[in-house]
Design a protein around this ligand. Structure first.
Ligand SMILES: [Zn+2]
Length: 423
């Protein structure tokens, strides 16, 4: 049966290419959230004609949803003929801006040398197409399969997923009572199983000062100098501490296999002048300075402890430095997640990779987050991985591409997973 399934995928090569090209040619740019309805309707039409039950779901009222830019999602379900689990493939349909440096038409879907080019080719319309072909091949060969197969195409992953997977999870679509296994075909390479991601905490630190004339700074209090003390303390104690904190999470690349902190921005004193402004700045002591930090934390770390580490550092500076006042505001947080290697979806995918690629898979964890966070936290479904074709480094780059052979291999793996779990 394995051979028949692999032959079935191979026979669909042209279909796989054409589907990927069709998806790339719908420019689902985010922002603003363009052509979402079109891409959902395109997939709903394709799967509906093949007997799937399809639903178009608008994330009304979600962050980003508006009358001009409605956040559309599509879920298709193929019901088996006997009881069993539901295996769900979730892909985001949005793509990031084109940017500069392209030598191809970003929405042309050009095929050359076994690669299909275009914005979203690897992240992640190639993965979406591979999952559709895998599921169609499976239901053709197994019309009486157990349980159900679901395919979703969801909005806004690139901007947090609130109008996409988060919305569906809140409405119960990822309730473990209705979905038992999830594969997210993000471009993690065809021989790697991504178990989850590190956590995120964004916060804004503001130091306070007192405005005065710049010729007499002693009459004021410089918020920028106070922030300088914060940066110095970070360099001296916090960065070395984080660099020394390693994890059992198999994060790739290696540099991310520790706690990290990025300073996203710093603003102090007068606002930046408008472009074209030719006047000199006014001499003032900065009365406030703001810094945005992006702290990525590990499954071994506790979010409250991560926050206390930073506030503890600020309190220490306050105790030592005259006139130091600050505020800190939470902006965004995501809890780390890592699916167990013994989970059914991981084990089934590992066996399928061994059959198709004749090698054991690598297990990885993503340095940044993706939609698994919503499935895990809101949906409470732990049996979830990211697995799909494409090279992660190409995502968001000019001349992004996905390899046809990689898509075929991934589709074969996905089809074998279905055969094992529902065959
Ligand atoms: Zn993606």
């Amino acid at each position: 049966m394995t051979d028949r399934l692999l032959a079935e995928i191979a026979a669909r090569r042209e279909d796989l290419i054409a589907l990927t090209q069709d998806l790339i040619r719908i420019p689902t740019l985010n922002p603003p959230g363009q052509k979402y309805r079109e891409i959902c309707a395109f997939l709903a039409d394709r799967l509906g004609r093949r007997g799937w039950r399809v639903e178009m779901i608008r994330a009304e009222g979600a962050v980003g949803d508006s009358a001009d830019w409605p956040r559309w999602n599509m879920v298709a379900r193929h019901e088996g003929s006997r009881p069993g689990d539901c295996v769900h493939f979730n892909s985001h349909h949005d793509v990031v801006e084109v940017g500069h440096g392209w030598s191809r038409d970003p929405f042309g879907g050009e095929l050359e040398g076994g690669r299909i080019y275009g914005r979203g080719a690897c992240d992640m319309k190639g993965g979406l197409a591979a999952s559709v072909i895998a599921a169609e091949a499976f239901v053709t060969l197994y019309p009486d399969h157990a349980g159900a197969v679901e395919i979703s195409a969801t909005a806004d992953e690139e901007s947090g997923g609130f109008g996409g997977v988060a919305y569906l999870a809140e409405k119960g679509w990822f309730d473990p009572a209705r979905v038992q296994h999830v594969i997210i075909p993000e471009p993690l390479n065809k021989d790697r199983i991504c178990l989850g991601h590190r956590g995120v905490w964004w916060a804004e630190i503001e130091t306070k000062g007192r405005i005065a004339h710049g010729s007499m700074p002693f009459l004021g209090e410089s918020a920028i100098r106070h922030m300088g003390a914060v940066l110095e303390e970070m360099e001296r104690t916090l960065f070395p501490l984080l660099a020394g904190r390693s994890t059992d999470m198999p994060v790739v690349p290696d540099g991310a296999r520790q706690s990290t902190l990025n300073i996203n921005s710093i603003h102090g004193g007068e606002p930046e002048p408008e472009p074209g402004h030719t006047g000199l700045p006014a001499p003032c002591v900065a009365d406030r300075c703001r810094l945005v930090i992006d702290r990525r934390f590990l499954i071994e770390e506790d979010l409250e402890e991560v926050k206390r580490e930073v506030t503890g550092m600020l309190e220490k500076i306050r105790a030592e430095r005259p006139g130091f006042e600050y505020e800190i505001r939470d902006m965004h947080e995501v809890i780390p997640t890592m699916t167990d290697r013994a989970a059914p979806i991981v084990a089934a995918t590992a066996r399928a990779i061994e059959k198709v690629l004749e090698r054991t898979p690598d297990y990885v964890v993503s340095p940044g987050t993706y939609d698994q966070k919503h499935i895990d936290r809101i949906g409470r479904l732990k049996n979830c991985i990211a697995y799909g074709p494409g090279i992660l480094d190409l995502a968001h780059q000019p001349d992004e591409w996905v390899g046809v052979e990689d898509m075929e291999h991934s589709a074969s793996v996905m089809a074998l997973v279905l055969a094992e779990l529902l065959g």
